[in-house]
Design a protein around this ligand. Structure first.
Ligand SMILES: O=C(O)CCC(=O)C(=O)O
Ligand SMILES: [Fe+2]
Length: 293
């Protein structure tokens, strides 16, 4: 039995919210199976993403948009975790909602925009469904997350961790320990192992999930509005110990709309809570801390 609880979405029924809540409160992660996302289409999306990262570096660099990396391409070695000076060993592509900031799309491969836009919508829908299920145990109105996150500033990150190079900074790992900034993150299973969570007892534990599962974790925004009743979970991606191949993964960071207020739910207020802040301002502060602003 894996350390992280697993929930089959299609058959969870009425228990879904409570089981999600307990899993996230206990480990900060939950593995969701039978989630309804079309697996053959997911395979096509992965193929398009791999084909993009295989392009020459100059071609990819043509898709760097501004400095904050919220759309298009971010080159290898550019981002570091909030408390880590050494850069992560990754390159990535960000897709978001056009109404908030227009996307850019690569010329090649041709299928990229179609497959990636499809995946964005599918994960957005699944994420809101999970958040809606959490409203029961959180004892907040059922439309709470629709109010703040429908049409939100969510970002799908397509990640490539290249094979480890001899001259990589010895202080760097694929993704240094961090917490995600957003409400929840949905990760369609990665192409290789390496993802670890920091257990509440201080132990790093590998996250195991079936290849067709979606891994869900809590971010800082959910921690903030629940006054840490659902704490954000520290996680990292370690370097490969076996074969030195590429690793691909696709986290979807579910964000509120930038103007939505992050206010602690009344029943979690105890005098220690953080002040209200807009999701946009919270994000700006955090992007600055990871070298992207
Ligand atoms: O690559 C992964 O499996 C996780 C990546 C991650 O944690 C992140 O980009 O925030
Ligand atoms: Fe993360």
């Amino acid at each position: 039995m894996s350390f992280v609880p697993q929930i089959a979405l299609a058959t969870a029924g009425e228990d879904l919210g409570q089981r999600l809540y307990e899993a996230l409160a206990r480990t900060g992660f939950v593995v969701v199976t039978d989630h309804g996302i079309d697996l053959s289409r997911l395979h096509d999306a992965y193929a398009a993403v791999e084909a993009f990262f295989a392009l020459p570096e100059e071609e990819k660099l043509a898709y760097v948009v501004g400095r904050d990396g919220q759309r298009g391409y971010t080159a290898f070695g550019r981002e570091h975790a909030k408390d880590s000076p050494a850069p992560d060993l990754k390159e990535f592509w960000h897709v978001g909602r056009d109404a908030i900031a227009p996307n850019v799309w690569p010329e090649r491969p041709k299928s990229f925009s179609r497959e990636v836009a499809w995946l964005y919508e599918a994960l957005d829908e699944l994420g809101l469904k999970l958040l809606r299920a959490l409203t029961g145990p959180l004892e907040v109105p059922a439309d709470t997350f629709d109010e703040i996150a429908e049409g939100g500033n969510s970002v799908l990150r397509l990640l490539h961790y290249p094979p480890l190079s001899q001259d990589a900074d010895p202080a760097s790992i694929r993704a240094a320990a961090h917490e995600d900034i957003n409400l929840i993150t949905l990760l369609v299973s990665a192409s290789a192992s390496g993802l670890e969570l920091l257990d509440r007892d201080g132990t790093w534990r590998a996250i195991e999930a079936p290849a067709d599962a979606v891994i869900v974790d809590t971010g800082d925004m959910l921690a903030r509005i629940t006054n840490d009743h659902l704490p954000a979970t520290t996680h990292r991606v370690v370097n490969p110990e076996g074969p030195n191949g590429s690793r691909y993964s696709m986290p979807f960071f579910l964000h509120p709309r930038p103007d939505a207020k992050l206010a602690v739910f009344d029943q979690f207020k105890d005098g220690s809570e953080a002040p209200d802040i807009t999701a946009g301002e919270f994000l700006r502060q955090r992007l600055e801390a990871i070298g992207l602003k």
